[in-house]
Design a protein around this ligand. Sequence first.
Ligand code: ADP
Ligand code: MG
Length: 725
Amino acid sequence: MSRTVADYNVIAATKHVIGNGNGKSKSTTAMDIESIFGENTFGLAEMKSRLPKSVFKSILATIEKGATLDPTIADTVALAMKEWAVERGASHFTHWFQPLTGFTAEKHDSFITPNEGGGAIAQFSGKELIQGEPDASSFPSGGVRATFEARGYTAWDPTSPAFIVENKNGSYLAIPTAFASWGGEALDHKTPLLRSMQTLNSAAMRVLGLFGVKDAHKVFSTVGVEQEYFLIDEEYYFRRPDLVTTGRTLFGAKPPRGQELDDHYFGSIPDRVLACMLETEKELYRLGVPVKTRHNEVAPGQYEIAPIFENSNVAADHQQLLMLTLERVARHHGLVCLMHEKPFAGINGSGKHNNWSMATDTGMNLLEPGDTPHDNIQFLFFCAAVIRAVHRHQDLLRISVATAGNDHRLGANEAPPAIISIFLGEQLEDVFKQLESGPATESKQGGLMGLGVKTLPNLPRHAGDRNRTSPFAFTGNKFEFRAVGSSQSVSFPNIVLNVIVAESLVEMGDLLEAELAGKKKNKAVFEQAVADVVKAVIHDSKPIIFGGDNYADAWHKEAEKRGLLNLRTTMDAYEHLLDEKNIKLFERAEVLSEVELRAREEILVEQYFIKINIEAETTEYLARTYLLPAAVKYLSQLSGVGGKGIKSVADTVEKAVDKFCKKLDKLSEQNRELGGDSVHEKARHMRDNVIPAMAEMRTAADALEALVAHDLWPLPTYREILWIK
Ligand code: ADP
Ligand code: MG
């Protein structure tokens, strides 16, 4: 297995970024990246040079081996961190955390404390580093936190480097933290992500032990996220109240030219956009985010950026930083970055491809097919664990990407359907097929042993992935979960992946031990036992494997026959989160207690309701106060003008306005309706009545856009927004 520790090392990532093939011609830009990479983070190099040896050793053990943090070193680390931050111009610090809104949150405290003599001293203690008490009672807690104990607590995560956020008027130190209630219930995304990494670690380490791997101390999930986004001119943004308020256009007729020509995809990047990307990347390098690729995406105005993978905790933090930086830097260039899953109807939306694998601290990628049969059976075992996990917990993966925004994408011929399935690639699918159909008894030729191990075809190394329609594809040495929405935090999808794969590994580990029990310990016996376990797992999980076109109607029918879930909308998916199976799964994994899971479900449903409600109110408001007056003005301009032609135009407009008014009444009525008292009833009302009413309102408005004089139409059109770069 060829990955080395360096692959997981952020410094190595810079080499990747600047690698120029011959190692000789270093351009100035390349030099620049090397020297600026991570300069705004309090990373290992900085700690090493500033901390006493024993303190550095202690914190390194926490970061690299997962050892419990020694609280007695906190004061020393805090002092060094503060000195470093102040040297870099920081006047304040903040505990940076990820409440369940999906965004990041911060509350700034000054390093400077006024003293009695009228002066001020700079201070920042270990206590302030380790724990904070932001008055965060307004963050959603799903009922976990009563108002009388409204305080939430933040706790330093030493495994994710602290960083500096710069502004031309000052800077501050941001310390990644977990956020929990007084009683210790997680109120954020980081806490369960860290817990799920521990769960995966112990499950995978035990399996590696069975395989005789001795040198590894730790297994962690690795994550690399490809992020899609739009950049548009800020003038149009500010003239579209729908974009400002909801992140997407609620109106907009199809432009004469959309993405039909496919000329934007991988095309050359316009200058202003390139300038913006370069500045974004520079800022990200300085923050230690190892960005690597950039290109144009399918839709006009759409782009993609991808960093090199890191452990899932740091990757999730860096993903948030990447989104924040994209949004912030765009404004320096007169652009606005749209992170919404579907900013423009009729044009591709944006997603995130969440590349996921498991690695050891010794640099072994557990989903990398190996060169030797022994490596191969280990790979097949881990791969089978993922397949089994996805099959068993399709619902959770679907739920983990369910949001109001993502409902516009999934299943819309631009993104995978709501049905979860796995693409393995022809060769790997064939390997599993052979394994599964081979006779279970040991035989020399054609037996399972032979198929499973000895004559196993060489597994495809980094085989090209030719199926872009699959929601969950094996891409050579990792799985790529492609249904994730562009604006969401990647934490929950990765929590789910860690938890469900850990469960599989535990159960397959049990099966393997049972197979081996009482038998002689030798290579052949072991390999036979592994083959038997993999065979049984694949047999049960077969229905989830699908290599065909996920966009085709035929697949929907086939999937139904196979008994796969098709949870079409967000609310359909959420209704399953609290199924007994899921409560048990998270509890057993010690990742979310029942109370915590229930709280999360409540918050998800509430967020869905709030988002759609804001969209619906904005739709009504714009229709009534922007669009209708424009149409009426146009009608009045037409009336009284002679000529048959004009009269017929006026007739057409009048009819369109009538229709518009009808739809407006209907939407207004649905907006006044609540659907019930509970948040679930309200959310279902959104799905069943409000969304259809909004859609009809939009159709009627878009028809008018095509009729009304351009100078009267109050909203910038798609033609302008998408093509002016
Ligand atoms: P592809 O062409 O299959 O999309 P890339 O090499 O472009 O592959 O990688 C896409 C993303 O997957 C990048 O963010 C990359 O860092 C990430 N990636 C590669 N290997 C792994 C891995 N072992 N675990 C997690 N992510 C990975
Ligand atoms: Mg990819």
